[in-house]
Design a protein around this ligand. Structure first.
Ligand code: URA
Length: 188
C-alpha cells in the first residue's frame, strides 16, 4: 500500500489481524486487507478473497484481477497508483461460497473504516454480491447497474465482476461502457 493514509490503514490492518473469534479468519491463510493507493479517487470493492488472494494476501491477483488490471489500463489508470482495491470480506469464504449475511455484518465496520480513511470520489462495486451487500438490497446486477447510488454520502456504481466477464465475454461491451462512465465521473 502506498499513499498518505497508509499509516492509519496499517493500524486498522493490525487491529483486524488480532481478531480471534472469526471462523473465516481461522480458516484463511492470509487476511486480504487491500492494495493500491490510499490517496486514490476510485475505491474498488469486490466480494471476498478467492484462492489466489488468500495465498498472496492481496485482493484481485488471480485471473479476474488480471482482467481488472487490463480494464484499468484501458481507462488510463494504474492499479498501483490510481485506485484503492479491497473486498467486503477480508478473509476467504470456504470454497468461494457467497458471503453469509452474518459475515458481512461482522466485516462491514472494517470496510466502513477503510472508506472513511480513503474518502474516495467514487466507489465501484464489482458484481451483484458486492453491490447488494453495500446497498443493503437484494437486487439483480441489471437493476443496480447504470445508476449512481449513494453509500454513506459517497457516489457508488455497481458494474460487472471481472470473473463474470471471464465467464461471459459477451458482457464486456456493457462493462466497457461502465468503465468509460467511471472515467468521465473521475475526470469531472
Ligand atoms: N474476487 C473478488 O471479489 N475479490 C477478490 O479479491 C478476488 C476475486
Amino acid at each position: 500500500l502506498v499513499g498518505t493514509k497508509s499509516e492509519k490503514l496499517g493500524k486498522l490492518k493490525k487491529k483486524i489481524e488480532l481478531i480471534k473469534n472469526c471462523d473465516l479468519k481461522k480458516n484463511a491463510t492470509n487476511l486480504v486487507f487491500a492494495d493500491g493507493n490510499s490517496s486514490a479517487k476510485i475505491m474498488i470493492i469486490g466480494e471476498g478473497p478467492g484462492a489466489n488472494e488468500d495465498i498472496q494476501g492481496k485482493p484481485f491477483v488471480g485471473r479476474a484481477g488480471k482482467l481488472l488490471d487490463k480494464i484499468l489500463i484501458a481507462i488510463g489508470r494504474s492499479r498501483n497508483k490510481d485506485v484503492f482495491i479491497c473486498n467486503v470480506l477480508k478473509c476467504r469464504p470456504p470454497n468461494n461460497r457467497d458471503p453469509l449475511s452474518t459475515e458481512v455484518k461482522e466485516c462491514e465496520p472494517y470496510l466502513k473504516h477503510q472508506i472513511n480513511l480513503i474518502k474516495p470520489k467514487l466507489i465501484v462495486a464489482l458484481g451483484r454480491i458486492a453491490g447488494k451487500t453495500l446497498l443493503g438490497v437484494d437486487n439483480s446486477l441489471k437493476s443496480m447497474r447504470g445508476e449512481i447510488h449513494n453509500y454513506y454520502d459517497i457516489p457508488l456504481i455497481v458494474t460487472y465482476h471481472p470473473a463474470a466477464l471471464l465467464r461471459n465475454p459477451n458482457w464486456k461491451p456493457q462493462a466497457w461502457k461502465d468503465f468509460k462512465w467511471i472515467k468521465s465521473i473521475i475526470e469531472s
